[in-house]
Design a protein around this ligand. Structure first.
Ligand code: TYM
Length: 359
């Protein structure tokens, strides 16, 4: 669908040049992209609209590295089920391809298969002030109410910074909730560069104009999330849900007692449905409002449901072909890890040499 994207920087927000302004050489340069999804829970519509779809839509213009970040899934030890984690990592990778990533042109791998991620994390840990990590909103919400919190949960964004910096990444396509982590990555890289020389490239987050923050169907005041969806049936639409379940979730979405389908005056639930519809169809909001003029929320929900099914059905069909051929999937992931390692190792060596460690 080629949805427009917003490059986000920490402060000055240098815009990405439009292709008409680029020299031939710059136009030929494909920016390096890195992004990933944590294999906890099932991938939902938020993950798809916030992240996966922008990966797929822009795959040909970019030099892509996509990862299933299984080491990040270890940060809440009470929730680790080893066999399930291995299976989920492969499921998420298969969903990347089912969503449309080309396995030939994109590097796709599982994070723990490339050791450099853990190793660079240590180097970055040693110069990341604790205060920077305590400020992370995701840490605050994930640690809230827990009796015991692992060091890994606090350190999570440093591992994420290592993921990104290892590939000389320029763009990190993510949903809105991850922008703070990308800004932290820039801060860590800047500090490393100031202390030890010009080691790391500074990456920028890109968030989609639409779908950067999809809210829960059962509670449109909170972001759709894998952890909430584990506890509440009607919270999220998952990419692998059967149609009957998706129907229950969408038709049961929280709206309000009003009648008119208008974005500006709508309650959070109606805005969420309209936002999802806009994101799925790529149509302007005025055209959508005209489409629903004089119609009630029932029609809105049915139409959103159809749009979701149109997106999800082909993903489910393609997913089956990957799930049915595990050997093929493993081969693609093994090749992905090799290609990732070939990029990551020299960057790690550069980072180690700069601080005076390594051979
Ligand atoms: P994770 O697994 O929570 O989410 C994966 C991606 O989906 C986006 N997303 C959403 N976008 C819109 N609306 C939602 N409701 C929604 N829920 C999730 C997220 O913003 C994300 O882009 N820390 C990361 C994984 C990670 C990573 C990285 C990402 C590890 N290393 C390096 C980029 C680069 C995470 O937990 O994402």
């Amino acid at each position: 669908m080629g949805e427009p994207q917003t490059p986000v920087g920490p402060s000055g927000q240098a815009p990405v040049l439009s292709s008409s302004l680029m020299s031939d050489e710059a136009a030929a340069h494909k920016p390096r992209v890195f992004s990933g999804v944590q294999p906890t829970g099932n991938l939902h519509l938020g993950t798809y609209l916030g992240a996966l779809r922008q990966w797929v839509d822009h795959q040909d213009e970019r030099d892509n590295v996509f990862c299933v970040v299984d080491l990040h899934a270890l940060t809440v030890p009470e929730e680790i089920d080893p066999a399930d984690l291995t299976a989920k990592s492969r499921e998420v990778a298969a969903l990347y391809f089912a969503a449309g990533l080309n396995p030939e042109t994109n590097i796709v791998f599982i994070q723990s298969h490339v050791r450099a991620h853990a190793e660079l994390t240590w180097l970055l840990n040693c110069l990341t002030p604790l205060g920077w990590l305590y400020r992370m909103t995701q840490f605050k919400s994930k640690s809230d109410g827990r009796e015991s919190v692992s060091t890994g949960l606090l350190d999570y964004p440093v591992l994420q910074a290592a993921d990104i910096l290892l590939y000389d990444t320029e763009l990190v396509p993510v949903g809105e909730d991850q922008v703070q982590h990308i800004e932290l990555t820039r801060d860590i890289a800047t500090r490393y560069n100031q202390l030890f020389g010009d080691v790391f490239k500074l990456p920028k987050a890109t968030v989609p104009k639409m779908g950067a923050r999809v809210m829960g169907f059962d509670d449109p005041e909170v972001k759709m999330s894998k952890s909430i969806a584990r506890e509440r049936d009607r919270h999220a639409v998952h990419l692998l849900d059967p149609e009957s379940r998706i129907k229950k979730t969408v038709m049961g979405a929280v709206t309000d007692s009003g009648q008119e389908v208008r974005f500006d005056h709508a309650s959070p639930g109606v805005r969420n449905l309209l936002g999802i519809y806009q994101s799925l169809t790529g149509r302007p909001m005025e055209a959508i409002e005209t489409e629903f003029e004089g119609q009630g929320y029932g029609t809105l929900k049915k139409t959103v449901l159809e749009a979701i099914m149109e997106t999800v059905r082909p993903i489910q069909e393609r997913y089956r072909t990957y799930a049915d051929d595990p050997a093929q999937l493993d081969a693609v992931l093994a090749r992905g890890a090799e290609r990732a390692e070939a990029i990551a190792e020299p960057v790690l060596a550069r980072a180690k040499a700069a601080v005076g460690v390594g051979r």
